[in-house]
Design a binder for this molecule. Structure first.
Ligand code: NAD
Ligand code: MLT
Length: 312
């Protein structure tokens, strides 16, 4: 019997393949501390996480039976990949299941930002009828910079084109030919920062992308830029962004992700009138959560049974 620990909330429907398998026992135990995980992980053959569980070397070393860690989502930055490799533990993710959901969230954030929807809602429900404070901007004919033209970035770009935006894109792995077919004009980060009216990031968080947008980029940025981050906290320097808004360089920002999650209650984003936030909801739809759970369940079973699996 293989024992699988699910340590973050993951769709029950999506886990059905695992729970129905006669050779698998699924244990759901969420919200555990590192010490609590270390104490129990030795009993398990597989660990399934979303983004809350930080899978450290200590946890993996205590997981003496651990063969596979499944990430029900895209980013594996909450898993110490170096430790997993050195300990022979396979790490798999679900790269496709939440693409559209996250793209739609990023687009919704951009529209909410352009039209001040959260701020207007907050005032209207208090009984105030304020139409003067919330004059927005159209997306049509605006220049839109997309950093990271992978699964989510290209879907966001397609929707932006449908809204009449001119899309500039940057991704070291995107070819001119494919960009042209998608209707995206390739540009450098510097060109995007200097010319875009709206900008969104869809890269992983790596050493190269950490603070990819920081003080030097804000210093040359087109005045009035609006910025969306539904990828990972840390790609955009949070404090430099607040400074750029307060200096009138950036008109507003919409963030789904933070450098440290959840952010401290005194985080400057949380009370800033020009910054709108959501609590890492990019992938939170019924469809996406089912998709990613189905994908990881299938792969985890294959790995446990020593059958072929695809590793993105
Ligand atoms: P993806 O792997 O399909 O695309 C990422 C793209 O970033 C790739 O095309 C890659 O070439 C590009 N890239 C890498 N380094 C770069 C750099 N230095 N500059 C520019 N581009 C670079 O991944 P995806 O599915 O599109 O996801 C993108 C990001 O969104 C990931 O960080 C993922 O974790 C995050 N995400 C967040 C949520 C959420 O809930 N907010 C949900 C899903 C994904
Ligand atoms: C991801 O990388 O897939 C996202 O962080 C979504 C999530 O796990 O909630």
């Amino acid at each position: 019997m293989y024992k699988v620990l699910v340590s973050d909330p993951i769709s029950d429907m999506g886990l059905q393949q695992l729970t129905d398998a006669s050779d698998v026992e699924v244990v759901k135990n969420t919200g555990l501390s590192e010490d609590e995980l270390v104490a129990i992980i030795g009993q398990f053959d597989a660990l399934l996480v979303r983004s809350q569980t930080k899978v450290t070397r200590r946890i993996m070393e205590a997981g003496t039976n651990l063969k596979v860690i499944g990430r029900a989502g895209v980013g594996v930055d909450n898993i110490d990949l170096e430790a997993a490799t050195s300990l022979g533990i396979v790490v798999i993710n679900a790269p496709d299941g939440n693409t559209i959901t996250t793209c739609e969230h990023a687009f919704a954030m951009m529209m909410a930002l352009a039209r001040h929807i959260p701020q207007a809602y907050m005032k209207t429900v208090t009984g105030e009828w304020d139409r003067k404070s919330f004059v927005g901007v159209e997306l049509r004919n605006k220049t839109f910079g997309v950093l990271g033209l992978g699964r989510i970035g290209t879907e966001v770009a397609k929707r932006a084109i449908a809204f009449g935006m001119n899309v500039l894109g940057y991704d070291p792995f995107m070819t001119e030919d494919r960009a042209e077919k998608l209707g995206i004009k390739l540009a450098s980060v510097d060109e995007i920062v200097r010319n875009a009216d709206f900008m969104t990031v869809h890269t992983p968080l790596t050493k190269e992308t950490h603070h990819m947008i920081a003080k030097p980029q804000f210093e040359v940025m087109k005045k009035g830029m609006r910025i969306v981050n539904c990828a990972r906290g840390g790609i955009i320097d949070e404090l430099a962004l607040v400074e750029a808004i307060d200096e009138g360089i950036v008109a507003g920002a919409a963030f789904d992700v933070f450098e440290h999650e959840p952010p401290n209650p005194d985080h400057p984003f949380l009370k800033h009138p020009k910054i709108i936030v959501t609590p890492h909801l990019g992938a939170s739809t019924i469809e996406a959560q089912e998709n990613v759970a189905i994908d990881v369940s299938e792969q985890v079973i294959n790995i446990l049974r020593n059958e072929p699996f695809k590793n993105a």
